[in-house]
Design a protein around this ligand. Structure first.
Ligand code: 9J3
Length: 280
């Protein structure tokens, strides 16, 4: 009996050590007003030539404060360039991530190509020729995000690499709807007025098809296909909170995804529909 109790205590202690080891708290305790805007980190940026191999260059954003941060690549949509999603890459960085607002090899590349380019952009940041940027990166903690075909690419990149920690597809577009093999947590945004990637045939069936990962779906009210191309409080708030929860394992963000801070914010004025697999 005593041996049994000792074993149990030992196992519980081990489990606690494992869960602590995989969670990194970066930055002050989150508040609603911090999450609605730029975060507490000052950010530097570094431009990446379009002639690098595997993707089309872009801009890296990283916290000025030394430390190790998760890394997230953000991909634009069809005909778009990095400037169309740079607000989101920069926003993530101000909350404690190293990010890249990337360009694609061709602005006409399809989602499967955008997926391999997202992976190439992550590798590029992790192996950066800048020792400052290399020193800021926790290479095990990688995520992907993107708009439209970049959102389709985000889901495909997530299906291709189950070691990614997060995907944030924004008004995603793809030729097929089943992402049943995805094991990477996804925060999917749809737009109620999207006529290019209508949520009923894109974002929503993508969300529904995922059963092997934690997920959330926010259908933005009074929004279009291009709402993710400029600063949006809702996308910033939930994109940051979801990335913090799943890239850093930081459960201080749980109330903003599943708890009272979520339910009070996610009114029907902001989200026509909000679905999730809470608690997480
Ligand atoms: O990336 C997007 O904005 C994709 C939607 C699109 O127009 O696809 C047509 C082929």
């Amino acid at each position: 009996m005593k041996v049994f109790k000792f074993l149990l205590l030992f196992i519980v202690t081990l489990m606690m050590m494992v869960s602590l080891a995989s969670a990194v708290e970066i930055g002050p305790n989150p508040t609603s007003s911090l999450l609605n805007d730029d975060g507490p980190f000052s950010v530097s940026s570094s431009s990446v030539s379009r002639y690098v191999s595997g993707f089309g260059g872009g801009t890296i954003y990283y916290p000025t404060t030394s430390g190790q941060y998760g890394v997230i690549a953000v991909c634009p949509g069809f005909t778009g360039t990095s400037s169309s999603i740079s607000w989101f890459a920069r926003r993530l960085a101000t909350h404690g991530f190293v990010t890249i607002a990337m360009n694609t090899n061709s602005t006409l590349d399809y989602p499967s190509s955008r997926a391999t380019q997202l992976a190439a952009a992550l590798r590029y940041v992790i192996n950066s020729s800048s020792s400052t940027i290399r020193a800021r990166v926790r290479s095990a903690d990688r995520g992907v995000a993107g708009h439209s075909m970049g959102g389709g690419g985000t889901l495909i990149a997530s299906a291709n690499d189950s070691t990614l920690r997060v995907g944030v597809p924004m008004t995603p577009w793809n030729t097929y709807t089943s992402f049943s093999s995805v094991r990477v947590p996804q925060m999917i945004f749809g737009a109620d007025g999207d006529t290019i990637a209508p949520y009923a045939s894109h974002a929503r069936p993508f969300y529904n098809s995922i059963s092997l990962a934690e997920k959330a779906y926010g259908l933005l009210n009074s929004a279009t296909h291009f709402t993710p191309n400029s600063t949006d409080e809702r996308i910033g708030r939930y994109g940051v909170a979801f990335a913090k929860r799943f890239v850093d394992g930081d459960t201080r963000y749980t109330p903003f995804l599943c708890g009272s801070e979520h339910t009070s914010y996610a009114t029907s004025l902001r989200f026509e529909t909000f679905l999730n697999t809470c608690p997480y």
